[in-house]
Design a protein around this ligand. Structure first.
Ligand code: HEC
Ligand code: HEC
Ligand code: HEC
Ligand code: HEC
Ligand code: HEC
Length: 351
Protein backbone atom coordinates (compact mmCIF):
# COMPACT_ATOMS: atom_id res chain seq x y z
CA UNK A 1 0.00 0.00 0.00
CA UNK A 2 2.74 2.37 1.05
CA UNK A 3 4.66 1.71 -2.18
CA UNK A 4 1.57 2.29 -4.27
CA UNK A 5 0.95 5.66 -2.64
CA UNK A 6 4.55 6.67 -3.27
CA UNK A 7 4.31 5.61 -6.89
CA UNK A 8 1.09 7.63 -7.30
CA UNK A 9 2.66 10.76 -5.87
CA UNK A 10 5.70 10.28 -8.10
CA UNK A 11 3.39 9.96 -11.10
CA UNK A 12 1.54 13.13 -10.16
CA UNK A 13 4.80 15.03 -9.71
CA UNK A 14 5.95 13.69 -13.08
CA UNK A 15 2.76 14.91 -14.75
CA UNK A 16 3.21 18.34 -13.23
CA UNK A 17 6.78 18.56 -14.56
CA UNK A 18 5.64 17.30 -17.96
CA UNK A 19 2.88 19.86 -17.93
CA UNK A 20 5.34 22.62 -17.20
CA UNK A 21 7.59 21.50 -20.01
CA UNK A 22 4.61 21.38 -22.37
CA UNK A 23 3.61 24.90 -21.46
CA UNK A 24 7.14 26.21 -21.95
CA UNK A 25 7.42 24.53 -25.33
CA UNK A 26 4.03 26.02 -26.31
CA UNK A 27 5.37 29.51 -26.00
CA UNK A 28 8.73 28.93 -27.67
CA UNK A 29 7.98 26.44 -30.46
CA UNK A 30 10.40 26.60 -33.44
CA UNK A 31 10.20 24.96 -36.88
CA UNK A 32 9.97 21.13 -36.94
CA UNK A 33 13.33 19.29 -37.05
CA UNK A 34 14.32 16.72 -39.70
CA UNK A 35 12.74 13.27 -39.47
CA UNK A 36 14.61 10.85 -37.18
CA UNK A 37 16.30 7.64 -38.37
CA UNK A 38 14.09 4.58 -38.45
CA UNK A 39 14.61 1.81 -35.92
CA UNK A 40 16.47 -0.52 -38.29
CA UNK A 41 19.65 1.55 -37.95
CA UNK A 42 20.09 0.63 -34.29
CA UNK A 43 22.07 -2.30 -32.86
CA UNK A 44 19.08 -4.51 -33.59
CA UNK A 45 15.89 -3.07 -35.09
CA UNK A 46 13.54 -5.37 -33.26
CA UNK A 47 15.06 -5.62 -29.78
CA UNK A 48 18.41 -4.12 -28.87
CA UNK A 49 19.21 -6.78 -26.29
CA UNK A 50 18.53 -10.06 -28.14
CA UNK A 51 22.11 -10.45 -29.30
CA UNK A 52 23.50 -9.52 -25.86
CA UNK A 53 21.65 -12.40 -24.26
CA UNK A 54 23.76 -15.08 -25.95
CA UNK A 55 26.48 -14.08 -23.50
CA UNK A 56 24.66 -12.06 -20.82
CA UNK A 57 22.11 -14.68 -19.82
CA UNK A 58 21.65 -16.43 -16.50
CA UNK A 59 23.48 -19.62 -17.57
CA UNK A 60 26.60 -18.53 -15.62
CA UNK A 61 28.97 -19.57 -18.41
CA UNK A 62 30.71 -16.18 -18.58
CA UNK A 63 31.13 -16.12 -14.81
CA UNK A 64 32.82 -19.56 -14.84
CA UNK A 65 35.32 -18.30 -17.43
CA UNK A 66 35.93 -15.16 -15.39
CA UNK A 67 36.79 -16.99 -12.16
CA UNK A 68 39.01 -19.46 -14.03
CA UNK A 69 40.82 -16.63 -15.80
CA UNK A 70 41.22 -14.78 -12.49
CA UNK A 71 43.27 -17.74 -11.21
CA UNK A 72 45.41 -18.04 -14.36
CA UNK A 73 48.87 -16.51 -14.64
CA UNK A 74 47.31 -14.15 -17.21
CA UNK A 75 45.02 -12.97 -14.39
CA UNK A 76 47.43 -12.92 -11.46
CA UNK A 77 50.77 -12.14 -13.18
CA UNK A 78 52.10 -8.63 -12.82
CA UNK A 79 54.40 -8.65 -15.83
CA UNK A 80 52.01 -6.48 -17.86
CA UNK A 81 53.98 -3.70 -16.22
CA UNK A 82 56.35 -4.42 -19.13
CA UNK A 83 54.29 -2.03 -21.23
CA UNK A 84 56.99 -0.45 -23.37
CA UNK A 85 58.31 -1.17 -26.87
CA UNK A 86 58.20 -4.79 -28.01
CA UNK A 87 57.55 -6.07 -24.48
CA UNK A 88 54.03 -4.57 -24.65
CA UNK A 89 53.14 -6.75 -27.66
CA UNK A 90 53.08 -9.92 -25.53
CA UNK A 91 52.73 -8.46 -22.06
CA UNK A 92 49.78 -6.09 -22.54
CA UNK A 93 46.35 -6.63 -24.05
CA UNK A 94 46.30 -3.30 -25.88
CA UNK A 95 49.82 -3.80 -27.27
CA UNK A 96 48.90 -7.24 -28.59
CA UNK A 97 45.72 -6.05 -30.35
CA UNK A 98 47.48 -2.89 -31.54
CA UNK A 99 50.27 -4.95 -33.08
CA UNK A 100 47.66 -7.11 -34.86
CA UNK A 101 45.77 -4.18 -36.41
CA UNK A 102 48.83 -1.97 -36.90
CA UNK A 103 47.79 0.78 -34.47
CA UNK A 104 50.69 0.04 -32.07
CA UNK A 105 54.09 0.26 -33.77
CA UNK A 106 56.59 -0.91 -31.15
CA UNK A 107 59.55 -0.04 -33.40
CA UNK A 108 58.87 3.70 -32.93
CA UNK A 109 61.15 5.16 -30.23
CA UNK A 110 59.28 5.66 -26.95
CA UNK A 111 56.37 3.40 -27.96
CA UNK A 112 54.37 2.66 -24.81
CA UNK A 113 50.90 1.50 -23.74
CA UNK A 114 49.15 3.71 -21.19
CA UNK A 115 46.91 2.08 -18.57
CA UNK A 116 48.09 -1.39 -19.60
CA UNK A 117 45.86 -4.44 -19.14
CA UNK A 118 47.06 -8.04 -18.84
CA UNK A 119 45.88 -10.75 -21.27
CA UNK A 120 42.09 -10.85 -20.77
CA UNK A 121 38.76 -11.65 -22.51
CA UNK A 122 39.27 -8.80 -25.00
CA UNK A 123 42.80 -9.99 -25.91
CA UNK A 124 41.76 -13.43 -27.08
CA UNK A 125 38.13 -12.86 -28.14
CA UNK A 126 36.48 -10.08 -30.14
CA UNK A 127 34.30 -9.09 -27.15
CA UNK A 128 31.91 -6.18 -27.92
CA UNK A 129 32.99 -5.88 -31.54
CA UNK A 130 29.62 -6.76 -33.13
CA UNK A 131 27.79 -7.47 -29.82
CA UNK A 132 26.74 -10.89 -31.12
CA UNK A 133 27.78 -14.49 -30.42
CA UNK A 134 30.32 -14.09 -33.24
CA UNK A 135 32.43 -12.04 -30.79
CA UNK A 136 33.62 -15.22 -29.08
CA UNK A 137 35.78 -15.80 -32.18
CA UNK A 138 39.50 -15.79 -31.45
CA UNK A 139 41.61 -12.76 -32.34
CA UNK A 140 44.31 -14.92 -34.00
CA UNK A 141 43.65 -17.84 -36.36
CA UNK A 142 45.72 -19.56 -39.03
CA UNK A 143 49.52 -19.84 -39.28
CA UNK A 144 51.64 -17.73 -36.92
CA UNK A 145 54.95 -16.10 -37.80
CA UNK A 146 57.78 -17.42 -35.64
CA UNK A 147 60.21 -14.59 -34.90
CA UNK A 148 63.32 -16.77 -34.95
CA UNK A 149 62.80 -18.60 -38.22
CA UNK A 150 61.12 -16.12 -40.52
CA UNK A 151 58.76 -19.06 -41.16
CA UNK A 152 55.25 -19.80 -39.94
CA UNK A 153 53.47 -22.68 -38.23
CA UNK A 154 49.77 -23.45 -37.83
CA UNK A 155 48.84 -24.44 -34.25
CA UNK A 156 45.06 -24.53 -34.88
CA UNK A 157 43.31 -22.68 -32.04
CA UNK A 158 46.71 -22.71 -30.30
CA UNK A 159 47.98 -20.18 -32.85
CA UNK A 160 46.59 -17.58 -30.47
CA UNK A 161 48.83 -18.85 -27.66
CA UNK A 162 51.83 -19.29 -29.97
CA UNK A 163 51.65 -15.61 -30.96
CA UNK A 164 53.06 -14.76 -27.51
CA UNK A 165 54.48 -18.03 -26.20
CA UNK A 166 57.41 -18.08 -28.62
CA UNK A 167 61.06 -17.11 -28.52
CA UNK A 168 62.18 -13.56 -29.24
CA UNK A 169 64.56 -12.86 -32.12
CA UNK A 170 68.25 -13.60 -31.55
CA UNK A 171 70.63 -11.77 -33.91
CA UNK A 172 72.86 -13.38 -35.13
CA UNK A 173 71.32 -16.79 -34.54
CA UNK A 174 74.10 -19.26 -33.65
CA UNK A 175 75.07 -21.99 -36.14
CA UNK A 176 77.14 -25.06 -35.18
CA UNK A 177 80.53 -24.67 -36.93
CA UNK A 178 79.49 -21.14 -37.93
CA UNK A 179 81.00 -17.81 -36.80
CA UNK A 180 81.82 -17.14 -33.14
CA UNK A 181 79.14 -15.38 -31.08
CA UNK A 182 79.81 -12.52 -28.69
CA UNK A 183 77.50 -12.72 -25.69
CA UNK A 184 76.89 -9.29 -24.16
CA UNK A 185 74.06 -9.99 -21.71
CA UNK A 186 73.41 -12.37 -18.82
CA UNK A 187 70.01 -12.85 -20.44
CA UNK A 188 71.43 -14.12 -23.75
CA UNK A 189 68.81 -16.33 -25.44
CA UNK A 190 65.22 -16.46 -26.70
CA UNK A 191 63.49 -15.07 -23.56
CA UNK A 192 60.91 -16.77 -21.33
CA UNK A 193 58.07 -18.77 -22.83
CA UNK A 194 59.50 -20.34 -26.06
CA UNK A 195 56.89 -23.13 -25.89
CA UNK A 196 55.74 -22.69 -29.51
CA UNK A 197 59.25 -23.33 -30.85
CA UNK A 198 59.76 -26.46 -28.76
CA UNK A 199 56.29 -27.65 -29.73
CA UNK A 200 56.61 -27.00 -33.49
CA UNK A 201 60.01 -28.67 -33.32
CA UNK A 202 62.25 -29.47 -36.27
CA UNK A 203 63.53 -26.28 -37.91
CA UNK A 204 61.19 -24.02 -35.93
CA UNK A 205 63.43 -21.72 -33.97
CA UNK A 206 65.64 -23.72 -31.62
CA UNK A 207 69.37 -24.24 -32.23
CA UNK A 208 69.89 -27.65 -33.85
CA UNK A 209 72.87 -29.96 -34.02
CA UNK A 210 73.29 -33.61 -35.00
CA UNK A 211 70.93 -35.94 -36.86
CA UNK A 212 67.83 -37.97 -36.10
CA UNK A 213 65.62 -35.05 -35.08
CA UNK A 214 61.93 -35.84 -35.61
CA UNK A 215 58.72 -34.42 -34.18
CA UNK A 216 56.55 -36.47 -31.85
CA UNK A 217 52.83 -37.12 -32.13
CA UNK A 218 52.13 -34.23 -29.75
CA UNK A 219 53.49 -31.90 -32.39
CA UNK A 220 51.91 -33.51 -35.44
CA UNK A 221 48.60 -34.96 -34.22
CA UNK A 222 47.06 -32.47 -31.79
CA UNK A 223 45.14 -30.13 -34.07
CA UNK A 224 44.57 -27.31 -31.58
CA UNK A 225 47.94 -27.77 -29.85
CA UNK A 226 48.17 -25.70 -26.65
CA UNK A 227 44.38 -25.30 -26.35
CA UNK A 228 43.72 -29.06 -26.37
CA UNK A 229 45.94 -29.83 -23.38
CA UNK A 230 45.90 -26.59 -21.37
CA UNK A 231 42.18 -25.85 -21.78
CA UNK A 232 40.86 -29.35 -21.05
CA UNK A 233 37.99 -29.90 -18.65
CA UNK A 234 38.34 -27.42 -15.78
CA UNK A 235 39.16 -28.66 -12.28
CA UNK A 236 37.61 -25.89 -10.18
CA UNK A 237 39.75 -22.83 -10.71
CA UNK A 238 43.03 -24.75 -10.35
CA UNK A 239 43.54 -26.37 -13.75
CA UNK A 240 42.10 -26.66 -17.28
CA UNK A 241 39.59 -24.30 -18.86
CA UNK A 242 40.59 -20.66 -18.71
CA UNK A 243 43.05 -21.26 -15.85
CA UNK A 244 45.31 -22.85 -18.48
CA UNK A 245 47.23 -24.71 -15.73
CA UNK A 246 48.10 -28.38 -16.27
CA UNK A 247 48.31 -29.44 -12.63
CA UNK A 248 46.18 -29.06 -9.51
CA UNK A 249 46.55 -29.82 -5.83
CA UNK A 250 44.43 -32.69 -4.48
CA UNK A 251 44.76 -33.22 -0.71
CA UNK A 252 48.39 -32.23 -0.79
CA UNK A 253 49.59 -33.99 -3.91
CA UNK A 254 49.91 -32.54 -7.40
CA UNK A 255 47.69 -34.15 -10.00
CA UNK A 256 48.17 -33.66 -13.74
CA UNK A 257 44.96 -32.63 -15.50
CA UNK A 258 44.87 -35.43 -18.06
CA UNK A 259 41.26 -34.87 -19.15
CA UNK A 260 42.27 -34.33 -22.76
CA UNK A 261 45.08 -36.95 -22.88
CA UNK A 262 43.10 -40.05 -21.95
CA UNK A 263 40.97 -40.13 -25.09
CA UNK A 264 40.61 -42.68 -27.86
CA UNK A 265 43.52 -42.67 -30.30
CA UNK A 266 45.78 -41.00 -27.70
CA UNK A 267 46.45 -42.25 -24.14
CA UNK A 268 43.21 -44.15 -23.55
CA UNK A 269 43.58 -46.46 -20.55
CA UNK A 270 47.15 -45.40 -19.75
CA UNK A 271 48.49 -43.93 -16.51
CA UNK A 272 49.46 -40.63 -18.13
CA UNK A 273 50.66 -39.04 -14.92
CA UNK A 274 53.16 -41.83 -14.17
CA UNK A 275 54.27 -41.86 -17.82
CA UNK A 276 54.79 -38.09 -17.78
CA UNK A 277 56.69 -38.01 -14.51
CA UNK A 278 59.07 -40.75 -15.65
CA UNK A 279 59.76 -38.99 -18.94
CA UNK A 280 60.16 -35.58 -17.28
CA UNK A 281 62.75 -37.18 -14.98
CA UNK A 282 64.80 -38.29 -18.00
CA UNK A 283 64.67 -34.80 -19.50
CA UNK A 284 65.64 -33.19 -16.19
CA UNK A 285 68.73 -35.44 -16.12
CA UNK A 286 69.67 -34.54 -19.71
CA UNK A 287 69.28 -30.83 -18.88
CA UNK A 288 71.44 -31.20 -15.75
CA UNK A 289 74.15 -32.98 -17.79
CA UNK A 290 74.06 -30.20 -20.38
CA UNK A 291 74.38 -27.56 -17.67
CA UNK A 292 77.57 -29.15 -16.33
CA UNK A 293 79.03 -29.14 -19.85
CA UNK A 294 78.08 -25.49 -20.36
CA UNK A 295 79.64 -24.55 -17.00
CA UNK A 296 82.84 -26.22 -18.22
CA UNK A 297 82.92 -23.94 -21.30
CA UNK A 298 82.54 -20.84 -19.09
CA UNK A 299 79.36 -19.55 -20.80
CA UNK A 300 77.48 -20.30 -17.57
CA UNK A 301 78.68 -20.78 -14.01
CA UNK A 302 77.59 -23.35 -11.45
CA UNK A 303 74.49 -22.37 -9.51
CA UNK A 304 73.13 -19.88 -12.06
CA UNK A 305 71.40 -20.02 -15.44
CA UNK A 306 72.70 -16.55 -16.36
CA UNK A 307 75.16 -16.41 -19.24
CA UNK A 308 78.64 -14.98 -18.78
CA UNK A 309 79.71 -12.29 -21.26
CA UNK A 310 82.42 -13.34 -23.70
CA UNK A 311 83.05 -14.79 -27.16
CA UNK A 312 82.06 -18.40 -27.75
CA UNK A 313 81.81 -20.85 -30.65
CA UNK A 314 78.46 -21.15 -32.43
CA UNK A 315 78.01 -24.56 -30.83
CA UNK A 316 78.54 -23.34 -27.26
CA UNK A 317 76.33 -20.26 -27.71
CA UNK A 318 73.65 -22.40 -29.38
CA UNK A 319 73.77 -25.04 -26.65
CA UNK A 320 73.39 -22.29 -24.04
CA UNK A 321 70.44 -20.84 -25.96
CA UNK A 322 68.75 -24.27 -26.06
CA UNK A 323 69.50 -24.98 -22.40
CA UNK A 324 67.71 -21.78 -21.42
CA UNK A 325 64.88 -22.28 -23.91
CA UNK A 326 64.16 -25.87 -22.87
CA UNK A 327 64.30 -24.88 -19.20
CA UNK A 328 61.96 -21.92 -19.78
CA UNK A 329 59.66 -24.17 -21.84
CA UNK A 330 58.71 -25.62 -18.45
CA UNK A 331 57.13 -28.81 -19.85
CA UNK A 332 60.31 -30.87 -19.31
CA UNK A 333 59.99 -32.37 -22.76
CA UNK A 334 56.23 -32.98 -22.86
CA UNK A 335 55.63 -30.41 -25.61
CA UNK A 336 57.53 -32.52 -28.16
CA UNK A 337 58.98 -35.60 -26.41
CA UNK A 338 60.95 -37.25 -29.25
CA UNK A 339 62.38 -33.98 -30.56
CA UNK A 340 63.38 -32.49 -27.21
CA UNK A 341 64.94 -35.72 -25.95
CA UNK A 342 66.98 -36.25 -29.13
CA UNK A 343 68.04 -32.60 -29.29
CA UNK A 344 69.33 -32.73 -25.70
CA UNK A 345 71.16 -36.01 -26.42
CA UNK A 346 72.76 -34.45 -29.51
CA UNK A 347 73.80 -31.31 -27.61
CA UNK A 348 75.36 -33.36 -24.82
CA UNK A 349 77.23 -35.45 -27.36
CA UNK A 350 78.44 -32.46 -29.38
CA UNK A 351 79.79 -30.65 -26.31
C1 HEC B 1 30.21 -12.59 -27.20
C2 HEC B 1 29.70 -12.44 -25.87
C3 HEC B 1 29.08 -11.10 -25.51
C4 HEC B 1 28.06 -10.43 -26.14
C5 HEC B 1 27.27 -10.89 -27.36
C6 HEC B 1 27.83 -9.22 -25.40
N1 HEC B 1 28.70 -9.15 -24.35
FE1 HEC B 1 28.78 -7.69 -22.92
N2 HEC B 1 30.37 -8.64 -22.02
C7 HEC B 1 30.92 -9.82 -22.44
C8 HEC B 1 32.02 -10.16 -21.57
C9 HEC B 1 32.91 -11.38 -21.69
C10 HEC B 1 32.09 -9.13 -20.60
C11 HEC B 1 33.06 -9.03 -19.45
C12 HEC B 1 34.24 -8.24 -19.89
C13 HEC B 1 35.04 -7.77 -18.73
O1 HEC B 1 35.36 -8.57 -17.84
O2 HEC B 1 35.36 -6.58 -18.72
C14 HEC B 1 31.02 -8.20 -20.89
C15 HEC B 1 30.75 -7.05 -20.14
C16 HEC B 1 29.65 -6.22 -20.36
C17 HEC B 1 29.31 -5.10 -19.54
C18 HEC B 1 30.03 -4.68 -18.29
C19 HEC B 1 30.92 -3.52 -18.61
C20 HEC B 1 32.16 -3.94 -19.33
O3 HEC B 1 32.34 -3.50 -20.51
O4 HEC B 1 32.95 -4.70 -18.78
C21 HEC B 1 28.21 -4.51 -20.10
C22 HEC B 1 27.48 -3.30 -19.59
C23 HEC B 1 27.88 -5.28 -21.29
N3 HEC B 1 28.77 -6.31 -21.40
C24 HEC B 1 26.81 -5.01 -22.12
C25 HEC B 1 26.53 -5.69 -23.30
C26 HEC B 1 25.44 -5.35 -24.19
C27 HEC B 1 24.46 -4.18 -23.98
C28 HEC B 1 25.45 -6.25 -25.21
C29 HEC B 1 24.56 -6.32 -26.44
C30 HEC B 1 24.38 -5.08 -27.19
C31 HEC B 1 26.55 -7.17 -24.94
N4 HEC B 1 27.16 -6.78 -23.77
C32 HEC B 1 26.86 -8.27 -25.71
C33 HEC B 1 30.50 -10.59 -23.49
C34 HEC B 1 29.48 -10.27 -24.38
C1 HEC C 1 48.99 -11.68 -25.54
C2 HEC C 1 50.02 -12.67 -25.25
C3 HEC C 1 49.59 -14.03 -24.74
C4 HEC C 1 48.66 -14.89 -25.28
C5 HEC C 1 47.79 -14.67 -26.51
C6 HEC C 1 48.66 -16.06 -24.44
N1 HEC C 1 49.56 -15.90 -23.42
FE1 HEC C 1 49.88 -17.19 -21.89
N2 HEC C 1 51.09 -15.86 -21.00
C7 HEC C 1 51.51 -14.65 -21.55
C8 HEC C 1 52.35 -13.96 -20.60
C9 HEC C 1 53.03 -12.61 -20.83
C10 HEC C 1 52.42 -14.76 -19.44
C11 HEC C 1 53.11 -14.42 -18.13
C12 HEC C 1 52.18 -13.47 -17.42
C13 HEC C 1 52.77 -12.83 -16.18
O1 HEC C 1 53.48 -13.50 -15.44
O2 HEC C 1 52.47 -11.63 -15.97
C14 HEC C 1 51.62 -15.96 -19.74
C15 HEC C 1 51.45 -17.02 -18.86
C16 HEC C 1 50.88 -18.24 -19.22
C17 HEC C 1 50.93 -19.45 -18.43
C18 HEC C 1 51.61 -19.59 -17.07
C19 HEC C 1 53.11 -19.76 -17.26
C20 HEC C 1 53.86 -19.88 -15.97
O3 HEC C 1 54.54 -20.89 -15.77
O4 HEC C 1 53.80 -18.95 -15.16
C21 HEC C 1 50.30 -20.43 -19.13
C22 HEC C 1 50.11 -21.88 -18.71
C23 HEC C 1 49.84 -19.83 -20.37
N3 HEC C 1 50.21 -18.50 -20.38
C24 HEC C 1 49.16 -20.51 -21.36
C25 HEC C 1 48.59 -19.89 -22.48
C26 HEC C 1 47.74 -20.55 -23.42
C27 HEC C 1 47.35 -22.02 -23.37
C28 HEC C 1 47.34 -19.62 -24.32
C29 HEC C 1 46.39 -19.77 -25.49
C30 HEC C 1 45.05 -20.23 -25.17
C31 HEC C 1 47.99 -18.37 -23.97
N4 HEC C 1 48.74 -18.57 -22.84
C32 HEC C 1 47.88 -17.18 -24.68
C33 HEC C 1 51.16 -14.17 -22.78
C34 HEC C 1 50.16 -14.68 -23.58
C1 HEC D 1 57.13 -12.80 -28.01
C2 HEC D 1 56.41 -12.40 -26.82
C3 HEC D 1 57.16 -11.72 -25.70
C4 HEC D 1 57.90 -10.56 -25.78
C5 HEC D 1 58.16 -9.71 -27.01
C6 HEC D 1 58.37 -10.30 -24.44
N1 HEC D 1 57.92 -11.27 -23.59
FE1 HEC D 1 58.34 -11.42 -21.59
N2 HEC D 1 57.28 -13.16 -21.51
C7 HEC D 1 56.56 -13.72 -22.55
C8 HEC D 1 55.88 -14.89 -22.08
C9 HEC D 1 54.98 -15.79 -22.91
C10 HEC D 1 56.19 -15.04 -20.71
C11 HEC D 1 55.71 -16.11 -19.75
C12 HEC D 1 56.52 -17.34 -19.94
C13 HEC D 1 56.22 -18.44 -18.98
O1 HEC D 1 56.04 -18.19 -17.77
O2 HEC D 1 56.22 -19.60 -19.42
C14 HEC D 1 57.09 -13.92 -20.39
C15 HEC D 1 57.65 -13.72 -19.12
C16 HEC D 1 58.37 -12.59 -18.77
C17 HEC D 1 58.84 -12.32 -17.44
C18 HEC D 1 58.63 -13.20 -16.22
C19 HEC D 1 59.71 -14.19 -16.09
C20 HEC D 1 59.54 -15.09 -14.89
O3 HEC D 1 60.19 -16.15 -14.89
O4 HEC D 1 58.78 -14.78 -13.99
C21 HEC D 1 59.50 -11.11 -17.48
C22 HEC D 1 60.16 -10.40 -16.34
C23 HEC D 1 59.43 -10.65 -18.85
N3 HEC D 1 58.75 -11.57 -19.61
C24 HEC D 1 59.97 -9.47 -19.30
C25 HEC D 1 59.94 -9.02 -20.62
C26 HEC D 1 60.54 -7.79 -21.08
C27 HEC D 1 61.25 -6.79 -20.21
C28 HEC D 1 60.32 -7.73 -22.43
C29 HEC D 1 60.77 -6.66 -23.43
C30 HEC D 1 62.19 -6.38 -23.41
C31 HEC D 1 59.57 -8.93 -22.81
N4 HEC D 1 59.35 -9.68 -21.67
C32 HEC D 1 59.16 -9.22 -24.09
C33 HEC D 1 56.51 -13.26 -23.84
C34 HEC D 1 57.17 -12.15 -24.32
C1 HEC E 1 44.59 -16.36 -23.47
C2 HEC E 1 43.42 -16.38 -24.32
C3 HEC E 1 42.03 -16.35 -23.73
C4 HEC E 1 41.56 -15.50 -22.75
C5 HEC E 1 42.35 -14.48 -21.94
C6 HEC E 1 40.16 -15.76 -22.65
N1 HEC E 1 39.79 -16.75 -23.51
FE1 HEC E 1 37.93 -17.55 -23.71
N2 HEC E 1 38.65 -18.96 -24.97
C7 HEC E 1 39.94 -19.01 -25.46
C8 HEC E 1 40.07 -20.14 -26.34
C9 HEC E 1 41.33 -20.55 -27.08
C10 HEC E 1 38.81 -20.77 -26.37
C11 HEC E 1 38.41 -22.00 -27.17
C12 HEC E 1 38.48 -23.20 -26.26
C13 HEC E 1 38.08 -24.48 -26.97
O1 HEC E 1 37.72 -24.45 -28.12
O2 HEC E 1 38.16 -25.51 -26.29
C14 HEC E 1 37.94 -20.00 -25.50
C15 HEC E 1 36.59 -20.28 -25.28
C16 HEC E 1 35.71 -19.45 -24.60
C17 HEC E 1 34.30 -19.65 -24.47
C18 HEC E 1 33.53 -20.81 -25.08
C19 HEC E 1 33.28 -20.50 -26.51
C20 HEC E 1 32.49 -21.56 -27.21
O3 HEC E 1 32.45 -21.45 -28.45
O4 HEC E 1 31.98 -22.45 -26.56
C21 HEC E 1 33.79 -18.61 -23.74
C22 HEC E 1 32.34 -18.38 -23.35
C23 HEC E 1 34.90 -17.77 -23.37
N3 HEC E 1 36.05 -18.31 -23.91
C24 HEC E 1 34.80 -16.64 -22.61
C25 HEC E 1 35.89 -15.94 -22.12
C26 HEC E 1 35.79 -14.89 -21.12
C27 HEC E 1 34.53 -14.40 -20.49
C28 HEC E 1 37.05 -14.46 -20.88
C29 HEC E 1 37.53 -13.41 -19.88
C30 HEC E 1 37.25 -13.73 -18.49
C31 HEC E 1 37.94 -15.24 -21.74
N4 HEC E 1 37.20 -16.12 -22.47
C32 HEC E 1 39.32 -15.09 -21.78
C33 HEC E 1 40.97 -18.13 -25.16
C34 HEC E 1 40.91 -17.14 -24.19
C1 HEC F 1 50.36 -32.72 -25.05
C2 HEC F 1 49.78 -31.73 -24.17
C3 HEC F 1 50.35 -30.33 -24.25
C4 HEC F 1 50.36 -29.49 -25.34
C5 HEC F 1 49.84 -29.77 -26.74
C6 HEC F 1 50.94 -28.25 -24.88
N1 HEC F 1 51.27 -28.34 -23.56
FE1 HEC F 1 52.13 -26.91 -22.41
N2 HEC F 1 52.42 -28.24 -20.92
C7 HEC F 1 51.97 -29.54 -20.92
C8 HEC F 1 52.45 -30.20 -19.72
C9 HEC F 1 52.13 -31.65 -19.32
C10 HEC F 1 53.22 -29.27 -19.02
C11 HEC F 1 54.00 -29.48 -17.72
C12 HEC F 1 53.12 -29.34 -16.54
C13 HEC F 1 53.83 -29.72 -15.28
O1 HEC F 1 54.78 -30.49 -15.34
O2 HEC F 1 53.40 -29.21 -14.25
C14 HEC F 1 53.17 -28.03 -19.79
C15 HEC F 1 53.75 -26.83 -19.39
C16 HEC F 1 53.51 -25.60 -20.02
C17 HEC F 1 53.78 -24.30 -19.45
C18 HEC F 1 54.36 -24.03 -18.07
C19 HEC F 1 53.23 -23.78 -17.10
C20 HEC F 1 52.65 -25.02 -16.53
O3 HEC F 1 51.45 -25.29 -16.68
O4 HEC F 1 53.41 -25.77 -15.88
C21 HEC F 1 53.39 -23.37 -20.39
C22 HEC F 1 53.46 -21.87 -20.26
C23 HEC F 1 52.88 -24.10 -21.53
N3 HEC F 1 52.96 -25.44 -21.27
C24 HEC F 1 52.40 -23.51 -22.68
C25 HEC F 1 52.04 -24.22 -23.83
C26 HEC F 1 51.85 -23.64 -25.14
C27 HEC F 1 51.95 -22.18 -25.45
C28 HEC F 1 51.55 -24.66 -25.99
C29 HEC F 1 51.31 -24.59 -27.49
C30 HEC F 1 52.42 -24.09 -28.29
C31 HEC F 1 51.51 -25.88 -25.20
N4 HEC F 1 51.85 -25.57 -23.91
C32 HEC F 1 51.15 -27.15 -25.69
C33 HEC F 1 51.17 -30.11 -21.87
C34 HEC F 1 50.94 -29.60 -23.14
Amino acid sequence: MKRKTMLLSMLTAGMLIAGNLFMTSCTKEGPAGPAGQDGTNGTNGTDGTTSCIVCHSDDQSIFSKEIQWANSQHGVGLNFERSEGECAVCHTSQGFLGDLDGSYDWTVAGAKIDNPNPQNCYTCHKIHDTYTAADLALTVTGPVALRNTGGTHDFGKGSLCASCHQGRTVEPFPVAGGPDITVTSSRYGVHHGPQANAYAGVGKGLFEVGGGLVNSAHSTMIGDACVTCHMGEAYGVQAGGHTMWMGYDYHGSTVLNTSSCEVSGCHEGEDVQALTEEFQGEIATLLADLKLKLDATGITAAGSDNSVNGTYSGLVAGACLDYKALTEDKSLGVHNPKYIKKLLENLNEAL
